[in-house]
Write a protein that binds this ligand. Sequence first.
Ligand SMILES: O=C(O)CCC(=O)C(=O)O
Ligand SMILES: [Fe+2]
Length: 381
Amino acid sequence: MGSETTLKLPCIDFSNLDKHTNKFEWDSTKSQVHQALQEFGCFEATFRNIPPKLQTSMFESLQLLFDLPLQTKLKNRSSKPFHGYVGQYPMVPLYESMGIEDAPVPEKTESFTKTLWPDGNPKFCKTIQEFSEKLSKLDQMVRMMVLESLGLEKYMDEHMDSTNYLLRVMKYKGPETNESKLGLNSHTDKNIVTILHQNQVNGLEVQTKSGDWIKIQPSPNSFIVMIGDSLYAWTNGRLHSPYHRVMMSGEKARYSLGLFSIPKPGYVIKAPTEIVDEKYPLLFKPFDHVEFLQFYYTEDGQRAHKKEQRDLILDKAMDNSQLLLTLPAPDQEFTVIKEAAETSTPPPIHPTIAFVKEALIAVIKLDSPANALMGREPDRE
Ligand SMILES: O=C(O)CCC(=O)C(=O)O
Ligand SMILES: [Fe+2]
């Protein structure tokens, strides 16, 4: 486990795909998507709906953005964890990121732009908005295909309405050595679907279920589509949400962006009854994603995360019994979480919203699986 291989992610073509005009092609793409997401939780999508000129403007805009003085970048704030400016972390010194909430909505991009450029920057604003809006179509197609593949069409409107978009833009400095340096720690995303895109500097790595790391080498037209933990939970574990990280070498800076579809506050993530049965018992208790994130970034959440990882290892070594992870819903589990928190030291705060899966808080063995969130495969880091 943990070796690096020449494995490749499946590559799926979304160019000119239209459900209504070419049903055959839609269905065939849908089945490739479903298979890739079950096996890898991730695939490379060729998506030509974003003209090359817009792509070039996007990366110019990112450079402009990250070249702003730190004082200006710090104006990118949000009440939600890791939706604003993140950087200057000793643990991941190469990494810096900013967040634009609801980037496909023109008023939101305008207000983001105004915060950083009070006199306006129409070109930047238009680029970010248009790019996000066009890319959101890929997110929507993938999610439609997922629901259709699982026979959950009746939830389509509810599911599509249950999320907002966050555009996160990232810069990774080149470490100026040929040695591989950590750009972003290994993590799973916590949202529904993530779509990643980069300039021509590679660095993203995705872990397979068997623990091998795939080095992603996307073509300029491709986008990496990835499942987050909320969709993993909503599909009752039918789709995989993969660990991934960024490793950097050389001199060149890597610019990347991620369009994250994120459950709205107040929306309860609960696997539909159609995909819960004796063979597939409920894996996760219904939860509110935002409350979950907010708990995770408290001191208790961070401590419990650490404790959970230790217990996973310990538990695996001791016996092979099923691991059950709990969400901070019922009081009983909060007690466990609190106990866990009191007995461990806090890990450093991590600069991404991505670490919440590990925070599925405390590892405990419960008698009734129906009463708990069943844990991820314990051999994953
Ligand atoms: O920069 C990348 O390609 C990956 C970023 C990422 O995984 C994240 O922001 O969650
Ligand atoms: Fe991620």
